[in-house]
Design a protein around this ligand. Sequence first.
Ligand code: FAD
Ligand code: NAP
Ligand code: SF4
Length: 681
Amino acid sequence: MTASLPDTAYPHLLSPLDLGFTTLKNRVIMGSMHTGLEDRFWNYGKLAAFYRERARGGAGLIVTGGISPNRQGWLLPFGGTLNFRGDVFNHRRVTRAVHEEGGKILLQILHAGRYGYQPLVVSASNVKSPISPFRPRALTARGIESTIAAYVRCATLAQKAGYDGVEVMGSEGYLINQFLCARTNRRTDAWGGSIENRMRLPVEIVRRIRAAVGREFIVMVRHSVLDLVDGGNTWDEVVQVAQALANAGATILNTGYGWHEARIPTIVTSVPRAAFASVAARLRDAVRIPVVASNRINMPADAERLLAEGSADMVSMARPFLADPDWVNKAAAGHADRINTCIACNQACLDHTFANKRATCLVNPRACHETELVYTPTRQRKRIAVVGAGPAGLSAATVAAQRGHAVTLFDALERIGGQFNIAMRIPGKEEFAETIRYFGRQLELTGVELRLGQRVTREELVAAGYDDVIVATGVTMRRPRIEGIAHPKVLSYLDVLRDRAPVGPRVAIIGAGGIGFDTAEFLVHDANAPRPQPVADWAGEWGVDLDVAAPGGLVKPHGVTPARSIWLLQRKATRPGAGLGKTSGWVHRATLARNGVAMLAGVQYDRIDDAGLHITVGGQAKLLEVDNVVICAGQESLAELMPPEGQQGGPAFHKIGGAALAAELDAKRAIREGAELAARL
Ligand code: FAD
Ligand code: NAP
Ligand code: SF4
């Protein structure tokens, strides 16, 4: 460690960065996230509260969600736009809140181009994107000039609104990326053809923004360093563009990986931590301005390592700031074990955005609800029993105790975490262990009395004289009525995942919901393979060339050798996995397809016997000659502790999570229900 570095476990992470005209207090950027609040002016109070908490939590630089420079650039109809003086007033609420907390904030200018989900879409050429139904109109030369003018106007309005700078979104397949790559730029004029012409749009945008805003305003560009699509740029082109952007006046280069239409995951939980850092490092060697590493960085030790080894000058994390606004302060205080870690599930953030719902966070339901879900100290300290230390019970117990109640948490098992203990055993879901670690630490910090290995009864709870009892006992597995269900070859997902029952080489899985998919994932993988998956293995499996010798960083994937032959079955006629998360389901489906998992829908289960599983599909009887049948047929609520309806006296009983409703249960609902109930008591 050099003498100038702060005396902490994360000296590089917490070092200031001098940009010449301004200094960032540390190397942590809260990356841009669309929350849904930026699209409506009446939500700017909530948006300001959201950013205020993150600035107070120590983020060195915050970047807003994407704001369009004009209507053609909207991602969604009537999306957040900054092209009119009257908009400045709302944005000032955001910048004031951040500055009052000692933070700095950039406005991200995002023109969606052909990714816009609206009829006004434009692009470099009229090449339709696979992820929007609207075919874009190719911008004319005049249209390009007015688009550049819109970027410049947006940046000058951002300056008026008090932002410390702007981030020009140039990656992930949005408009600038569409001009940069031959995949979408088929133009033959001065804006297409050679890389010099294709990069003219972003270079002119940056040059003219710089001329308009002066020297003392941050202009960060999110540059696509790995397109991960056919027709993406070569590494030489990526570097040429980066150098031109720096020469045009960019202050910082953020890095972007993969267009949204790419069929390679870049942020879901199965992507190894910091998987793309080596690409940022290559860019850093090629330019003279600070470079930012991003994607799947979620804990301080990883971030510190990247900075210490010189992979980047800063790290950008977006979702980790939804999960924990105090991420930086906790790291700085040496309390990384208190960080509520983003598990990269996308369930409450990106999946909400794609469903046009306000973003929040599975592990932190306060995210984007800072003014609505408030944990005020209680004026009347109650004695509260929480039964069940799964996600619902942990959330309820810790929020209630944080508010000042006396909380006792019971679990029949010897460990906390409920079903998350099983989820974290699935290859690619190792991050789920972080949530158990976080809650374990929160129990200690909030003073919850923990009683493990204790299956309490209603009578004991009533006799103990609690004021409130929260029943968070989760679910019990559903056992379908199928002839032969008691055959020894039948196992449940609990036998397989929790109890490690031996499983033969040919397996039929009954039920293709989230747990059926996860069980298939578990069974096709080699139990002895290193976990989490090393970056090189992951890149080879998906065909990612991290050396970027191939254009776009795409190569032929390595073959895989599945550990077993699997049939994944459901009764519904719909596509198996249709109910999985919008932004992660395709990754599960692709992984299972690569491993040869046969998925059958519209199945009738006839019987199970020594020969295997007898089914009828499409009117045809069929025998699946399998060694084991694994039941993943959903779950039912376990709420036997609840008193009979109408019973008077004793504690007030409440039920949450799986105990309240098993259908469509997930940890997002379980944790939210626990927090909301505890905030009310
Ligand atoms: P549980 O987690 O079931 O916890 C209930 C707890 O109550 C248990 O610890 C149990 O021991 C205890 N208990 C029961 N009865 C008593 C009693 N009488 N006395 C004391 N203690 C008792 N969800 C997601 O959102 N995303 C995912 O990716 C995801 N993946 C999953 C993968 C797998 C393999 C599995 C099995 C589940 C997954 N889930 C996922 C589902 C998620 O884990 C559940 O929705 C969540 O755990 C439900 O929380 P809960 O607190 O209601 O119940
Ligand atoms: P689920 O998603 O509801 O799936 C249950 C499956 O069992 C369905 O495929 C259903 O399909 C089948 N089934 C239901 N009743 C049956 C019966 N009587 N006989 C035979 N098959 C039956 O539930 P789950 O897989 O148990 O998952 C529980 C919860 O955990 C889910 O709600 C999910 O949100 C969450 N989870 C999420 C993830 C994730 O990645 N986000 C991962 C794991 C779990 P048919 O009725 O068509 O046969
Ligand atoms: Fe991270 Fe999941 Fe929260 Fe999104 S919902 S921020 S991915 S933990």
